[in-house]
Structure formats: structure tokens, C-alpha cells
Design a protein around this ligand. Structure first.
Ligand code: CDP
Length: 221
């Protein structure tokens, strides 16, 4: 039996989060933002005054990480030390360091184990970089979303205030380079994933394409 997971992977600001959340709501599945977990580990490392450039420092934090997972509003979410970091994990401080933390193999092993365990909570829509390739290689459905670098920078800038597009684009490109270039679980398209170029498409158009593709498959079209 394949894992009852819809995997949605892709680079930064490709529209994954919004699309995955809406696909989950449409299909009555739980939504999981795997990037939030890497961001949470990064945030906690910084909070504890450790340097994420030194893997041993991140691993010391990871070893005793008081993390708990819970379901709320149709999503699997987490608290660290009894607190749910929401705004904190989206800030520039975390943006700049998260790819370093996510490149540490032991961090990936632990995060992957936590993400896999979430399948016990029900059918999932999980978004990330390596969900279809590493976390759930047997996922029932796999999608890979992408968009042009300009469009991705414009989208991300729309979520931030007071930052110019060229700076946003540079920051996304640095992260994409790290995510694609790392040796453990780099960002790549799973051979059996359906690639969707979202440039010029609205969120609803992308959601409709994904839901239609799943329904066609289930109907044996
Ligand atoms: O919001 P955005 O698409 O920019 O990023 P995210 O999905 O929140 O992921 C933040 C970072 O976590 C990525 O740049 C990766 O370094 C890392 N990540 C990962 O390595 N593997 C995943 N499955 C998800 C995120």
C-alpha cells in the first residue's frame, strides 16, 4: 500500500504553501508544512545563542528539543518548549540560516522521522523539498511546483513589506542554490512527480489542476 500522502515539492515561493493548504482543505486531508519544522529548529538554535553554521551546535539543540506535535485547523503543527513559533520562523533571521540547518544530515534524519510519523494522524498533504523523493518515496501522489525566479520574487515580496524585489530575489536564489546543491536530500523532481509551472497561473488554477489530476487518477482516467 502506498503512503496516503500527497507530496508537493518545489523551490522557495513557488506557491507550495498556499496551494498545499487549499488542496488539503478541498480533499479533507491534514496539511503539513515540512519547511516550518526546519525553520523551527533554526529558530530554537538561534534563541539558544548557538551558531547554525556549526553543525555540532545545531545538533546539541536538536538532541534535547522539547517538540510536540498537535492537530489544529486542519493542519499538523508543533510547539517547541510549549510555545508555537509562528511569526518568528518567517523572519529574515531564520530565512538566512535555515538552509544551513537543513543541510545537516542528522537534522534531516530526525525531521524525516517526525514527518513520517505524522502519517499516523490521517491522510496528508505535505509540502517541502524532498517529500516525494525521500520522506515519502511511495506517496500516492506527487507534484513539483515551480515558477520563474522573477515571479517567485514578486510573490514573496508581496508577503513582506518594505523589501525590494531584487533583494528578495537574491535571498531566494541563495537559498535555492543551497537546497539544490546539498549532498543530503537535495531539491529535485521525483521521477514520478507531475511538474506544474505556476508562472502566470492563479492559486485557484493550480489547486484545480492538482485536484483534477488526483480525481482523474482515482476515477481511472
Ligand atoms: O517558504 P519557503 O518555500 O521559502 O521555504 P520553506 O518551505 O518554509 O522551507 C524553508 C527551508 O527549509 C528551505 O529553504 C530548505 O532549506 C528547508 N527545507 C528542506 O530542506 N526540506 C524540506 N522538506 C522543507 C524545507
Amino acid at each position: 500500500m502506498p503512503s496516503d500522502v500527497i507530496a508537493i515539492d518545489g523551490p522557495s515561493a513557488s506557491g507550495k504553501s498556499t496551494v498545499a493548504r487549499r488542496v488539503a482543505a478541498r480533499l479533507g486531508r491534514l496539511y503539513v508544512d515540512s519547511g516550518a519544522l526546519y525553520r523551527g529548529i533554526t529558530w530554537r538554535t538561534l534563541e539558544e545563542g548557538r551558531d547554525p553554521a556549526v553543525p555540532a551546535e545545531t545538533l546539541a539543540v536538536l538532541q534535547n528539543l522539547p517538540v510536540e506535535f498537535f492537530v489544529a485547523d486542519g493542519a499538523v503543527r508543533f510547539r517547541i518548549g510549549g510555545y508555537e513559533p509562528v511569526a518568528e520562523i518567517r523572519g529574515e533571521r531564520v530565512n538566512e540560516r535555515v538552509s544551513e540547518v537543513a543541510a545537516v544530515p542528522e537534522v534531516r534524519v530526525q525531521a524525516t522521522a517526525w514527518l513520517r510519523a505524522m502519517a499516523d494522524k490521517g491522510p496528508l498533504v505535505m509540502e517541502g523539498r524532498d517529500i516525494g523523493t525521500v520522506v515519502f518515496p511511495d506517496a500516492r501522489f506527487k507534484f513539483y511546483l515551480d515558477a520563474s525566479p522573477e515571479e517567485r520574487a514578486r510573490r514573496r515580496q508581496g508577503e513582506l513589506t518594505g523589501t525590494d524585489v531584487s533583494r528578495v530575489m537574491a535571498s531566494l536564489q541563495t537559498r535555492d542554490r543551497r537546497d539544490s546543491g546539498r549532498s543530503t536530500a537535495p531539491l529535485r523532481v521525483a521521477s514520478d512527480a507531475r511538474a506544474v509551472d505556476t508562472t502566470g497561473l492563479s492559486i485557484d488554477e493550480v489547486v484545480d489542476q492538482i485536484v483534477a489530476s488526483i480525481e482523474d487518477h482515482q476515477a481511472g482516467v
